[in-house]
Write a protein that binds this ligand. Structure first.
Ligand SMILES: NC(=O)c1ccc[n+]([C@@H]2O[C@H](COP(=O)([O-])OP(=O)(O)OC[C@H]3O[C@@H](n4cnc5c(N)ncnc54)[C@H](OP(=O)(O)O)[C@@H]3O)[C@@H](O)[C@H]2O)c1
Length: 330
């Protein structure tokens, strides 16, 4: 049987659980900034917790937030949102957050991974919930300002007060997510689906395919800047159509040649070998071996970025920016 979804919109969610709450947002990066700004615009009292040497302090203060050290920020709050990168949460949570939580507080995560894969041990006497916006922080903020919302997934891992669900839902509503739909799930499913979609499609399959197609064109002697436009930039227009109308709706809006060529050649690109790889990727997420591998192999963000950079593609992008794009904006 296909599992059905429990979805909440603004009208289904009481904001009462957040009334009078003191919310601490730990971290002021992609999610931290967007969440803090949305909450404040909705009338919620927010303070930001950042370490003394934090590079984000200036921006948070400039945005008008009181910024305090994480330990003090946690101790003063009934809602604590942990919005620092996943790979630092083990140490950060056990050192700065857990020992300072008020009894009865609620801890909010934006991704289920650290709890599901056991990096974060749940402290007694507090609620532990998930409010995971389904998109980047920049879009969460942009949509909120435009009066729209981003979907979010919510879950409860520990319900010490019996108020875990209403608190998670009220928090998601305050982020603007109830305007679009807040979907009930579990930490385990959120962690697995999020990892799978980013590895198989969004941040893995799509960029890898774009790079391979770009390299095929360049190796055949086509101009790199043109290959860059065809294989990278044009993804947006097709992605926008799929976002708005779905895959069939996209197909209905492209040329007959694109429709025929795409539908007959796509399955050659994503054939049995790709299907096998997709299954293996999912298995490695489900059995925890991906999480263990990343813990062992992650060298730090900058070093990893250097290792995976495609110099040929970047050179083509620069050429595009200097020539075509310059002309576009003149
Ligand atoms: N990025 C997204 O759009 C997105 C979408 C959905 C869910 N999520 C989830 O949201 C959470 C936050 O992700 P993010 O992408 O927003 O993170 P991020 O932008 O990388 O977070 C950066 C913030 O974390 C602080 N920070 C970094 N390392 C720290 C440490 N060791 N101790 C204390 N503070 C530290 C940084 O402060 P300093 O200046 O001190 O380094 C900065 O304020 C994650 O669980 C992620 O999975 C993210």
């Amino acid at each position: 049987m296909t599992p059905s979804l429990r979805v909440y919109h603004d009208d289904d969610i009481s904001p009462a659980a957040l009334e009078g709450a003191e919310v601490t947002v730990l971290g002021y990066g992609s999610q931290g900034r967007a969440q803090a700004l949305n909450l404040r615009d909705g009338g919620v009292g927010v303070r930001v917790g950042l370490r003394a040497e934090s590079a984000s302090r200036h921006l948070a203060s400039q945005d008008g937030f009181a910024v305090v050290e994480p330990t003090a920020a946690v101790a003063g709050a009934s809602f604590v949102a942990v919005l620092v990168p996943d790979e630092v949460q083990r140490e950060f949570f056990s050192g700065e957050v857990a020992p300072n939580l008020r009894p009865g507080a609620v801890v909010i995560f934006a991704h289920g991974g650290p709890v599901h894969f056991g990096d974060v041990a749940l402290p007694e006497g507090v609620d532990v919930v998930l409010v995971a916006p389904m998109g980047p922080g920049r879009i969460l903020r942009e949509y909120y300002v435009e009066g729209r919302g981003l979907n979010a997934k919510v879950a409860v891992a520990q319900d010490a007060t019996g108020r875990g669900w209403p608190r998670a839902l009220a928090y998601a509503r305050a982020l603007g997510c109830g305007r679009a739909g807040v979907i009930a799930t579990t930490f385990a499913d959120e962690a697995r689906l999020d990892l799978f979609s980013e590895q198989a499609v969004l941040c893995g399959g799509v960029p890898a395919l774009a790079e391979a197609a770009f390299e095929t064109l360049v190796a055949a002697g086509y101009p790199p800047a043109l290959a860059y436009i065809e294989c990278v930039r044009e993804i947006k227009y097709i992605a926008d159509l799929m976002f708005e109308y779905g895959v069939d709706g996209m197909r209905r809006r492209i040329s007959s040649t694109a429709l025929y060529g795409g539908a007959t050649r796509g399955p050659r690109v994503v054939g049995p070998e790709a299907e096998k790889a997709l299954k293996e990727i999912l298995e490695a997420i489900e059995d925890g071996s991906f999480a263990a591998e990343m813990k062992k192999r992650w060298p730090g963000r900058e070093e990893f970025l250097k290792a995976v950079r495609n110099d040929g593609l970047e050179a083509a992008r620069e050429e595009f920016e200097k020539t075509v794009r310059r002309a576009e904006s003149e």
